[in-house]
Design a protein around this ligand. Sequence first.
Ligand code: PMT
Length: 411
Amino acid sequence: MNGENIVLGVTGGIAAYKSAELVRRLRDAGADVRVVMTRGARAFVAPLTFQAVSGNPVHTELLDDKAEAGMGHIELARWAGRVVVAPATADFIARLAHGLADDLLSTLCLATTAPLIVAPAMNQQMWSHPATQDNCRLLEERGVRIIGPESGSQACGDTGPGRMTEPSDLVAALMTPPGAALADRHVVVTAGPTYEDIDPVRFIGNRSSGRMGFAVAAAAAAAGARVSMVAGPVRLPTPPGVERTDVRGAVEMRDTVMRVVRGADLFFGVAAVADYRPRQQAGQKLKKGPDRQHLDLVSNPDIIAEVAALEDGPMTVGFAAETEQLEQHAREKLSAKRLDMIAANRVGRAGTGFESEQNEILLLWPGGERHLGKGSKRQLARSLVSAAADRLRDRESIETRTDQDSRPASG
Ligand code: PMT
């Protein structure tokens, strides 16, 4: 964003307080930021806050001769390289969709030729209202980029979609070209092993280092996605732009995945999840006993199969770690778990699979396959993410065509 001129429009929602952090992050990324506040926004945050964080005067009035003499609204509209409205209320989105120009921000949005980006924030019911949804669709058809909103607990006490996208994610999205393969997508990745505790000092684990999963998360973020990564116990740095949650056992991994996967577009199950865990976890270190010991194990949840079974769930891409009959076993997993794709990799030999920096992947889907070849996990992750993004697009265009075909003909 080096030297880019950004006009940040702030409208009247509780999320306005987050916009001060957004200004800071935009400036850190190299942008020059000028803030335009609506009257509603000023009820939540004082203009002085934005003046201090942006280092520029804040613009508030359309009909103010002093302000117009400084930098008039047309000049400001021309100055902008991009106009970002965050938070954008339901009211502002409606006024923008209908071309109203009764205050500085709405007028500027009509007067500018700069790309317009809107980050909605409102109560979940207001977001789901057909009027808001229609207004957003109309804006998107006109080329406005809508980022978010996210789901979660809201200031009003409700839970659901309507939270403004976090400033760090907004900046990451703004730094990604709109045409990037996964721009504006939400991707969830599991990575690393799971540890199934036997007692306070012993566990059942595996050799997964997390490298493959972290590389997939990094590649998805670089392709423009908002990435949530659920990682088992590994010591790797979090890739830039990735939101990481650390877990230990399979049950904790499943619960976390189910929480973050709602509304996601794409799920990559790269974690080496233990199929079993001890029925009971001893509260104290087990003492040495007779020569033979038995561990009573119970099945763990199959995380990716649960994600694949979700109604309106994301496209699912699994991994199959096989020591023999790679393609056959991988195809069995693809169909048994009802996945959309599976990346088959051979494990149990040096230089590929677990722990290694390198891997070799055969990508399979119902009725098709592609050998991604041998290479570094980073390279392979980029090829995998790009292949999955292509398939996601194909899947969505087939769904759209099916929807259109099943609609009754009018007249
Ligand atoms: O971490 P690295 O050292 O880089 O190694 C990478 C890797 C070898 C771990 C990775 O490339 C890989 O193959 N990951 C999947 C390992 C695995 O558990 O495979 P699986 O064949 O047992 O499982 C098939 C699929 O089901 C996987 O997507 C797995 O995440 C998922 N699964 C399995 C069991 C379970 N209880 N829940 C699941 O979601």
